[in-house]
Design a protein around this ligand. Sequence first.
Ligand code: ZN
Length: 169
Amino acid sequence: MKRKKTTHIVIHTAAWPGDPDIEDIRRVHVDENGWSAVGYHYLIRKDGSIEKGRPEGNVGAHCRNGGMNRKAIGICCSGHGDITAFTVQQVETLCSLVNVLRRRNSIDIAHVIGHREAGAAKTCPGTKVDMDELRIDIDEQNILGISRAELKDFNTIEEQIAFVEQKIT
Ligand SMILES: [Zn+2]
């Protein structure tokens, strides 16, 4: 089912130790939960590569709170956010992917939220993930507090889109 509007982006953790791929998550969501498809639109692996989940324009199955499934793109980072923070590579890719999606849909940084911020009784995207810091990183296309030396700069929107596309496996 197509989503009628896209006003938010919701960030998740796979809450799964190690580095599950989209197939691992699909097995849980489809084979165990009986959903029609994997609930997220994108998964970012620990090396920063991006795997596609359900089509980006479809209603998601990742955050029931606040009606987010009907108005948000859901991005999951592999690993377990209660155990370890996202990797530098994940943050770098996440910043770029979120910014490309924000531009495409005119989404304000305040509407980029963690699952728990939608009112879910969960820690997702994890107690090790500071959403305020992450929003600053995204807004500044920066990796504050992790490694400024690895900061990825873009001169143009096209460069950033190309970076994201090259990360999609
Ligand atoms: Zn979540």
